[in-house]
Design a protein around this ligand. Structure first.
Ligand code: SF4
Length: 66
């Protein structure tokens, strides 16, 4: 399985890729590097708004609560 084409410029991935928080890894593995990539709501946001979403928008479409 290949990686998402947006890895290098994705704020969520860049911010959370080294996170030890399991939930972030739980998104990165299935979405950014796995079979749910095409369901990523961050990609959908980019298409709809023509620009990047907030870093804390999760691939599922919910906002990460910090
Ligand atoms: S969060 Fe979505 S847009 Fe960002 S790298 Fe992962 S799959 Fe790609």
């Amino acid at each position: 399985m290949s990686n998402c084409d947006l890895l290098d410029k994705c704020g969520f991935f860049q911010k959370h890729q080294k996170s030890s928080w399991a939930a972030c890894q739980g998104f990165i593995i299935p979405y950014c590097q796995g079979p749910k990539m095409d369901d990523c709501q961050r990609q959908a946001y980019r298409k709809k708004h023509g620009g990047p979403p907030p870093d804390d928008l999760l691939p599922s479409g919910q906002m990460l609560k910090t």
